[in-house]
Design a protein around this ligand. Structure first.
Ligand SMILES: [Zn+2]
Length: 409
């Protein structure tokens, strides 16, 4: 592919402009947290892109950004976009690839001389990763009425700053936030392009894929309560040590996930008193589990809990399990997916994903689809996240084909 011509040129220019924003010099990862300085720079960049293309720009009541080609009041709009914020030391592609590709796809439509019959928009949803305030997809959740203003107003970051304070400092009115059904009612289709967070496309040998569903997923907190004591003077037989119980539970999670083709991860743990020569009084571990369907997920989590209880009984440890969050399966609309598949030649792989997205939140209110771009290592939420240049441009072309097919004569 000749990257000197569109869409390569516009894609590369945007990618270059965005690349240094919020990048940590030591890790090479991005720290673009919601309503922070780097986030403001990303948002200013978005607005510049909109205005440079003669698109009408607006920020909605929840801080999501929109760049419109055509009049949104006409309704039945086709919207494409993603997010620009990041996890701590995130990669360059998760989020920005979808926003940059959206603008590049509009440029490609212009190059083709396609004339839209439906309003088109590029969107940047605020606070998708939840890295700062702990709740993912805040912008789209608020818009869809899946997070109330009261809940949002109570969110606090690690420095004790409340979400409304952070929004206000960034020039966004926190009292205006809330559901936005009128806006959603004007959208006929939302398409989010995203770097794949896995290796299905690498394994199938395709540059671009189409999403079938977002797996159901949840988080469970396991509290293993034992008895603190001296590591040097307490006989093994006299201990109520929750650490071996926890360790056995981690191994059970791995075993059950492997058996059932699911995912189960203990990625966070806290230990009290956390002393090198002390038997812990409490080990608290968080299980993140996901599976292609609800029944499998239920089976995995139940098996992990059973293994934990068996071992806890042997160790004299008390176990409490609390489900902290849960998101049911999201099936993307079949009619829109079939239409995209047709527009892309009918031979595009269709895959599920274990990661959450704004598209998943919006799918309850709007016909929604997702395109994935191949990630050769599958690594995501890390500076090592990557996608080949040609694959990114194939994504832009696919997105332009979709927008042309859905919204142009
Ligand atoms: Zn993302």
């Amino acid at each position: 592919m000749n990257t000197k011509s569109l869409p390569g040129a516009s894609f590369h220019q945007m990618w270059r402009e965005l690349a240094p924003v919020g990048r940590d010099a030591t890790t090479g990862g991005y720290r673009r947290y919601a309503w922070s300085g780097p986030d403001a720079d990303c948002r200013a960049w978005f607005k510049d892109q909109a205005l440079a293309r003669g698109l009408s720009y607006e920020t909605d009541r929840n801080g999501n950004q929109w760049a419109w080609l055509g009049d949104p009041a006409q309704g039945d709009a086709v919207v494409t976009g993603s997010h620009l914020d990041s996890v701590p030391d995130g990669g360059a592609f998760d989020g920005p690839l979808g926003v940059v590709s959206a603008f590049a796809a509009l440029d490609e439509l212009r190059r083709r001389g396609a004339s839209p019959t439906r309003p088109l928009a590029v969107s940047n949803f605020g606070d998708e990763e939840g890295a700062r305030f702990g709740v993912a997809c805040v912008g789209s959740r608020l818009t869809a009425g899946r997070l109330t203003r009261e809940q949002a107003h109570a969110l606090r970051d690690a420095d004790g700053i409340l979400l409304p304070q952070a929004m206000e400092a960034a020039g966004q009115d926190p009292d205006a936030i809330g559901p936005d059904p009128e806006r959603l009612a004007r959208i006929g289709a939302f398409v989010e392009l995203h770097v794949e967070q896995g290796r299905a496309l690498d394994l199938s040998g395709d540059a671009v894929g189409l999403a079938s569903a977002i797996w159901p997923h949840g988080r469970w907190r396991f509290d293993f309560a034992g008895e603190a004591n001296h590591a040097g003077t307490t006989r093994l037989a006299d201990r109520r040590d929750p650490m071996p119980t926890y360790a056995e539970t981690v191994l059970a999670a791995r075993r059950e996930a492997e058996l059932l083709g699911a995912l189960a991860t203990f990625g966070k743990v806290s230990v009290e008193p956390n002393g090198v020569n002390a038997i812990p009084s409490l080990v608290r571990g968080w299980l993140d589990s996901r599976a292609a369907d609800q029944a499998t997920l239920d089976t995995v989590v139940a098996a992990v809990e059973r293994a934990a209880r068996d071992r806890a009984a042997r160790d004299g440890v008390d176990l409490t399990v609390v489900r902290e969050s849960f998101t049911p399966v999201v099936e993307f609309e079949h009619a829109l997916r079939d239409e995209l598949n047709r527009l892309l030649g009918g031979r595009i792989p269709i895959l599920g994903t274990g990661a959450g997205h704004d598209a998943g939140i919006l799918s309850a209110a709007v016909p929604t689809a997702m395109l994935f771009v191949r990630n050769p290592t599958g690594v995501s939420h890390s500076p090592a996240e990557s996608a080949a240049e040609d694959d990114c441009l194939a994504g832009v072309i696919a997105l332009a084909d979709v927008l042309e097919g859905l919204a142009c004569r």
